[in-house]
Design a protein around this ligand. Structure first.
Ligand SMILES: [Zn+2]
Length: 221
């Protein structure tokens, strides 16, 4: 019975050879071939080194744990950076409905002001104001209307930016998932990383996926 239980556990823990699955992510910096994953899982190495004894690829060999940790650390750092800048933008720009309310209030004020302006002109024509009073009051109104217009343009930009950012919710979800990684999770890493070129065991070039938001953020910022 004990033996039977062990057999079951062994079966559950069995993992298929991972070199095919892992290979395409890690690329040899010398010959551009996918690195292999040595049996037992301790080393990544280039297959060329196996057949050509003087191959430059012989130096492309590194501990899987070291290489994966380097990639994990840099992906996490990147995700943190991107998530931070998303969150900062969102909080700085505040609540969309507050902005929409302010926009409506300004619309109302502008309409009232237009009515007042007409009334002011009537009053002036009817002799209730001197010309100086009329000019001063109209000028004050014009300035106020200009300010209102500027504020409305600002609000419009902010609302557009918020809408643009809310399009990134899917990406935020993906970032949160990535930030939750405590160990190297190949499938998650592959969502954002196209390939990792190993130039030397301690010299990795991480190529983020094209059209990927992380890449965009990194290139812009
Ligand atoms: Zn190679």
């Amino acid at each position: 019975m004990f033996d039977g239980a062990n057999a079951t556990i062994r079966k559950v823990n069995y993992k298929p050879p991972e070199q095919r699955k892992r290979g395409p992510l890690f690329i040899c910096g010398k010959c551009n071939r996918a690195l292999l994953y040595r049996k037992g899982g301790k080393t990544y190495y280039c297959r060329s080194a196996r057949y050509e004894s003087d191959s430059e690829c012989r130096c492309i060999k590194g501990k899987t744990a070291d290489i994966e940790n380097t990639v994990l650390t840099s992906v996490l750092k990147m995700a943190e950076l991107v998530a931070g800048s998303f969150k900062m933008k969102k909080s700085v720009m505040g609540n969309c409905s507050l902005l929409e309310k302010e926009m409506a209030d300004i619309d109302k004020e502008l309409m009232q002001m237009a009515a007042k302006k007409m009334a002011l002109y009537d009053d002036y024509k009817n002799g209730k104001h001197t010309r100086e009073e009329f000019v001063a009051k109209s000028e004050a109104m014009r300035e106020r209307m200009e300010l209102c217009g500027e504020r409305q343009a600002e609000i419009k930009d902010q609302i557009e930016e918020i809408n643009r950012l809310s399009d990134t919710n899917e990406e935020m979800k993906m970032l949160d998932e990535m930030l939750g990684m405590t160990s190297f999770e190949l499938e998650r890493i592959k969502q954002v990383v196209d390939k990792v070129i190993v130039h030397a065991p301690d010299e990795l070039e991480i190529v983020y996926k094209a059209n990927n938001f992380i890449r965009e953020m990194v290139e812009v910022g």
